[in-house]
Design a protein around this ligand. Structure first.
Ligand code: SAH
Length: 257
């Protein structure tokens, strides 16, 4: 399975090495590190990786989570805590069908002390929480081991790649576009925008749009921008509009010129 493990700002080299080992144990190989706070090739990391030293050396480093997720079609966040203002985390087993069905899923893990911040979790369509006793915070590498175990066990027995979903890059661009239009038409304001967009992200992420469908949706947004006179807007008949998904065109819209 083409599963990526993303570590956001890890601090301890030993944890990164142990996470690499856990990945190799479970059959994952794509390690991505966002804004590391340590030298992830420190001798301590290599020692903890043991036979996974090559996997560790092959890790790719990104400046932002958004870049690390750009080519993925599903991002699963992890959290030790339940956050009052975000959708409740799910049990890893509940998400297995979703992860198995994705072509390019990513699992996102947070920094040792704080975990993922809300703006990271907002970039994940779903969040998992490993059930624990009262002390909920697992060691980073142990969390990687358990979550990978849930998704990678018996991977050969179950068919995967059942659908072709838009990448996170396409969806983030769609959400940025949606935010612009919401402001343009006064649907939301600076104070409520974040909450409003979270609700729309949750709704639209559930749809698991294809690339063509995300272009279809953005075509509608562009038409709104054009209609209310936003400057510099290319009308819906623009070159990147999915021709296989032509919308019903308006009588006097720019698409008919
Ligand atoms: N104190 C932080 C925990 C950080 S532990 C907090 O309360 O969120 C470092 C990372 O390990 C977390 O960001 C998460 O990715 C993972 N992790 C730790 N415990 C977990 C759990 N019970 N379920 C899911 N992930 C967990």
């Amino acid at each position: 399975m083409n599963l990526a493990v993303v570590l956001v700002s890890p601090k301890t080299p030993g944890n990164v090495g142990a996470a690499a080992r856990a990945m190799l144990n479970m059959g994952a190989s794509d390690l991505r590190i966002v804004a590391p706070r340590c030298d992830y090739l420190d001798p301590q990391a290599v020692a903890m990786a043991v036979h996974a030293a090559d996997l560790l050396r092959g890790a790719r480093v990104y400046a932002t989570l958004r870049e690390a997720l750009a080519d993925r079609d599903l991002s699963v966040g992890t959290s030790a805590r339940i956050r009052a203002d975000l959708p409740a985390p799910r049990h890893p087993g509940q998400l297995r069908p979703l992860v198995r069905g994705a072509a390019a899923p990513a699992l996102v893990f947070g920094p040792e002390e704080t975990g993922l911040i809300n703006s990271d979790l907002e970039q994940c369509q779903v969040t998992v929480r490993i059930p624990t006793g009262d002390y909920a915070s697992l060691n980073l590498a142990q969390a990687v081991l358990l979550v990978c175990y849930e998704f990678l066990q018996g991977v050969d027995e179950v068919p995967e790649h059942t659908r072709k979903t838009a990448t996170r890059e396409e969806m983030e661009a769609t959400y940025g576009h949606l935010r612009e239009v919401m402001h343009l038409i006064g649907y939301t304001d600076a104070v409520r925008a974040r909450h409003t967009l979270r609700l729309w992200r949750s709704l639209l992420d559930r749809a698991q749009m294809s690339s063509g469908e995300s272009r279809l949706f953005r075509g509608l947004l562009r038409q709104v921008q054009w209609k209310v006179g936003s400057v510099g807007v290319t009308p819906v008949s623009g070159p990147d509009f999915g021709s296989e998904l032509d919308p019903v065109q308006e009588e006097d819209g720019p698409a008919n010129h």
